[in-house]
Design a protein. Structure first.
Length: 190
């Protein structure tokens, strides 16, 4: 092209090579693939059972093992509910316990109270029950149920000892498999 001549917009240009874009896309895929592999390789594993921590209740009524040092809290309204939790990156291990008024236990009975608790607990975490069963734990009535919850799964065991309801739960990402039996079977009354 001579100096001073205008470029004709209709003039056909030489097509550019798509090789640089393809090379960039391939490099990006390789980098993302390596990063994903590294994340998967670093996936969190369950804490070995020998390293679990024993929690003894302040009132001396029970003990339970957690994969990490648990925190305690309580709510006062409408009734006092005690909560013990080990909140870990991919899962939460929890125990909630509270005492029903004796009159309520007498009026409704253990089965109704347990079924109601299973339903309200499921609703409270927007879960869908995938399996459930009745069981007896050391002569105390109970329920065990599994849920699909937003972003993961949950597994509960609840039982009534006199007028006290114990609710053990593990809520976890679907991709993580916690030590269900290690947690649930470590619960002991004193």
């Amino acid at each position: 092209m001579e100096p001073g001549t205008a470029i004709n917009p209709l003039e056909r240009r030489k097509p550019r090579s798509g090789l640089p874009q393809i090379a960039l896309a391939v490099c990006l895929l390789v980098v993302l693939g390596v990063a994903a592999w590294m994340l998967l390789a670093r996936a969190e594993a369950e804490v070995p059972a020998d390293d679990w921590v024993t929690f003894d209740s302040p009132d001396g009524e029970f003990s339970l093992m957690f994969p990490a040092e648990p925190e305690t809290s309580q709510t006062e309204e409408p009734d006092t509910v005690y909560l013990v939790t080990a909140d870990m990156r991919t899962r939460v291990y929890a125990l909630a316990y509270y005492d029903y008024p004796q009159q309520q236990v007498d009026d409704y009975g253990a089965d109704k109270l347990l079924d109601d608790r299973m339903a309200t607990g499921t609703e409270s975490i927007s879960g869908v029950i995938t399996n459930h069963e009745q069981f007896v734990w050391k002569d105390h009535p109970g329920r065990e149920f599994w849920l699909d919850v937003p972003g993961g799964k949950a597994h509960y065991r609840i039982f009534l000892v006199g007028r006290r309801l114990y609710q053990l739960a593990i809520i976890h990402m679907a991709s993580f498999e916690p030590n269900h039996e290690g947690f649930f079977s470590s619960f002991t009354l004193k």
